[in-house]
Write a new protein. Sequence first.
Length: 242
Amino acid sequence: MVEDADKRVFCYGNADLRKDEQADEILRFVEFWKSRTGKLPEELVFDSKLITYANLNRLNKMDIRFITLRTRSQKMLEQIYQTPVSAWRRVELKGVTRAYRTPRILDTTVSLTNYEGPRRQISVMDLGHEEPTLLLTNQLRRSPAKLISRYAQRMIIENSIADGIEFFHMDALSSSVAMKVNCDLQQMKSWCAFRNAPTILCPSPQVSTKPIFVYHGWEASDYASSSAKIARVRTRGVKSKN
């Protein structure tokens, strides 16, 4: 799911995405966005599962700003924990409604496989997680606090999905086949059209090309388990064999 950061409109969705295809989905969205608006997106904020370092390099060559997470390895964590305390500094997050607003950060440059040149990595501690959060970006001048706050806003997509489930019961189907996910996505698009604007999945040249948030959602099996539970709760007058 992709949401325009300014207009809060879901502008792209792919419910048939398979694990062996997910690493190229960001580039497919870039092509889609350009075909509909005539422009490249200015900034993309997305999950690390949706891209490879080689594709990050392609985004950088297209002058598209990005913010994503880096998958943590044990070796990375050991290096971070061995960093002197004096190298860390605290920043204050503004405009973010969360309990942890003064995390510690370690701002460094790193080299990535299949990526030309060094990239900026921000290690973040004291965000309510035991292990540090690792942000990767090609924005070298933007302050760490703004980068962290910007990535945190990606969670708004998950909040919108949660609202749809709570008030419109979008996952109240009991089927576990792939078609069920498509049906849920169609319901979501209808709800978003009602809530936001009628131009869902059809961005025009007038639609903002500013930051886009990308949400990598549930697997089909997750939909099946949650839907089955809700379906049982909402079935009245019918005795289930389960």
